[in-house]
Design a protein around this ligand. Structure first.
Ligand code: ADP
Length: 606
């Protein structure tokens, strides 16, 4: 009963991995055939060792004339003359050589298959983590996700390269071994088997225990890694607030519970090891005793007694190994499950084979009665009856206090989020109906905090158009007023930036981001103007670069600087998720309302 249930859950886990196994099914089948052969050869060697012992004791085997031996086996022994020590030696050597060759091929086959599977799995996991909707990245802390996926994939890899093969080999040895033992002496075999169910039942409980503990331990390790990652990312805060002790305590709590869980696992494993030693050695002693008795009574040939002893050891060892392998397989299956969970999550899109073609978005854009709240905080409305139109080729400046919902408007335009009510229209289409990636290809986004990839400047600019030529990149840099400073670096466009390279100033980073957007040549532009002050030279350069970028494109600019705002075709003032005023700078100043006050209190920088 129990054994069945255990097997069933195994199969379910493997079912999930079937799509990955399928392309390699022939290699897999061949591997299993080789494994089976190798298991059978192991049993043969054991039989030959037993023969060696029997012949050694008596000078010549008695099995051919012995009543305990069957005609079939006697015939084989006779034909191959396996009653002679030299011949037995040669036979053993031959079997061992064949087994060595088979094992090599088998290991190679399994590794080849597993590595190919791992390639697909790693790629699929990566596809999954880059194709989720934005909310996913808010929910899942990235460090946690990363460490979990790599741990899961390693566990799956172990399962397929070694654990599974070992499991199958040992199952064959146990099955074949028991059959062979029964052939030598039914009575002794029954005695041996009497001890088996106990080991198996304990193994099942142990497997479950290990599976649960290993998941808990992995969760704890992931949680502690998140702390390290957070601390390193926010090291400035940690140091500035002198909170090293606090972080250290937080981390210590986590690793303490890692230790607790790991020790619990170790205790379990220890208890299990003791149990196996006591039980298996006890069983072997019992069998030896009974066998010696049978031999004394002349009911068992001496070489059969030796074979029996060796094979019992082999079978018992394999049963002990089986339990551990089952535990490992369970761990692998846990990993498969958690990886499959990730792969099954709802994605933004699924097609990775084709690069999206940009849509023509040179039309009027309009937010119509949009209501919005974030999924994690449904009770906090962020946008309420939000209406805004951006005419084709015109610049609209969105202004308002922090927390009013400006970035959220940008997120909706980027379709990082979808309106809860209302719609965003482009021309006479609801943007929801447009292919997501083609839509995004038609726009460019310059964020407030520009994050560059740790590669060279050229690659960072070309991110806006992956297949851009050097000429195009250079021209974009020139138009973004970035060419001059880039060419001052000794390595020019090959200069590495970010962690491994030089640190660029805020203004330089922004101009790189602007060059990237210029290269993309979008119909719609979303700009989140930096609030942090730049030195006045950078300021004018960035300003000129922005103007160059915005020329003739429908633009939403989340604006903080009066110079940017004044040049916009329209200013929209956002308060608590609703547009409260709309017009040009002069109109709004004359109105003496929200905008007027914002300028007066210098919330908008001159
Ligand atoms: P602004 O850009 O004008 O400063 P935001 O659009 O960033 O304003 O934020 C508007 C409101 O939405 C704030 O109350 C903020 O706390 C909330 N908010 C922003 N992002 C999220 C998010 N990912 N999940 C939940 N609430 C958010």
């Amino acid at each position: 009963m129990k054994k069945n249930r255990f097997k069933l859950s195994d199969l379910k886990g493997f079912g999930q991995i079937a799509p990955y196994l399928k392309p390699h099914k022939w290699g897999f089948i061949l591997g299993i055939i080789l494994l089976s052969l190798s298991g059978v050869l192991t049993l043969m060697v054991t039989r030959l060792w037993g023969q060696l012992g029997g012949v050694g004791v008596l000078g010549e085997s008695v099995s051919s004339s012995d009543s305990a031996s069957s005609g079939f086996e006697a015939e084989i022994l006779q034909n191959w003359n396996l009653n002679d020590l030299g011949t037995i030696g040669i036979a053993i050597a031959a079997v061992l050589i064949i087994q060595a060759v088979l094992s090599f091929i088998r290991v190679f086959l399994f590794a080849d298959m597993t590595e190919k599977m791992m390639l697909s799995m790693r790629r699929d996991a990566f596809e999954a983590i880059v194709s989720m909707p934005m909310d996913f990245y808010h929910d899942n802390r990235v460090g946690d996700l990363n460490s979990r996926i790599s741990a899961d994939i390693t566990a799956i890899q172990d399962t397929f390269t070694t654990t599974l093969a070992e499991l199958i080999r040992q199952l064959i040895i146990v099955g074949g071994g028991v059959a062979a033992l029964a052939y030598f002496s039914v009575e002794l075999t029954l005695l041996m088997l009497f001890t088996l169910p106990v080991v198996i039942i304990v193994a099942i409980f142990f497997g479950k225990f290990i599976k649960r503990l290993s998941k808990e331990t992995q969760d704890e390790i992931a949680a502690s890694n998140v702390i390290v990652q957070e601390v390193l990312t926010g090291i400035v805060n940690v140091k500035a607030f002198a909170n090293e002790w606090f972080e250290r305590n937080r981390y210590t709590e986590r690793v303490k519970s890692v230790r607790r869980l790991a020790m619990k696992g170790a205790m379990g494993r220890g208890a299990f090891a003791s149990f196996i030693i006591l039980f298996i050695f006890g069983a072997i002693t019992l069998v030896m005793f009974k066998g010696a008795e049978l031999m004394q009574q002349g009911e068992l040939a001496s070489e059969h007694f030796f074979t029996f002893l060796l094979m019992t050891g082999l079978v018992a060892g394999s049963i002990g190994g089986l339990a551990a392998e089952f535990g490992m397989v369970q761990k692998g299956l846990g990993a498969v499950e958690s990886l499959m969970e990730l792969l099954k999550e709802q994605r933004e899109f699924n097609d990775f084979e084709t690069e999206a073609k940009p849509l023509n978005l040179s039309q009027n854009l309009e937010f119509k009665a949009v209501d919005f709240h974030y999924e994690q905080r449904p009770d906090v409305p962020v946008l309420k009856n939000f209406n805004l139109s951006i005419n084709e080729g015109e610049q609209v400046a969105l202004v308002g206090p922090s927390g009013a919902g400006k970035s959220t408007v940008a997120a909706l335009m980027l379709r990082f989020q979808n309106p809860v009510n209302g719609e965003i229209r482009i021309g006479d289409e609801n943007v929801k109906e447009l292919d997501l990636r083609s839509y995004r290809k038609g726009l460019a986004y310059v964020p407030q905090e520009v994050i560059l990839f740790g590669e060279d400047i050229r690659t960072n600019i070309a991110y806006g158009k992956i297949d851009a030529t050097d000429e195009e990149v250079k021209e974009a840099a020139r138009r973004a007023y970035a060419l001059e400073f880039i060419e001052e670096f000794p390595d020019g466009f090959e200069t590495l930036v970010g962690e491994r390279g030089i640190q660029l100033s805020g203004g330089q980073r922004q101009r790189i981001a602007i060059a990237r957007a210029i290269l993309r040549d979008p119909d719609i532009l979303i700009l989140d103007e930096a609030t942090s002050a730049l030195d006045s030279v950078s300021e004018t350069e960035v300003q000129k670069a922005l103007e160059e970028l915005m020329k003739g494109r429908s633009t939403l600019v989340i604006a903080h600087r009066l110079s940017t705002i004044k040049k916009a075709h329209k200013i929209a003032v956002l308060r608590e998720g609703t547009i409260v005023e709309e017009g040009t700078h002069d109109e709004l100043m004359a109105l003496q309302g929200a905008y007027f006050n914002q300028v007066k209190t210098q919330e908008i920088t001159a």
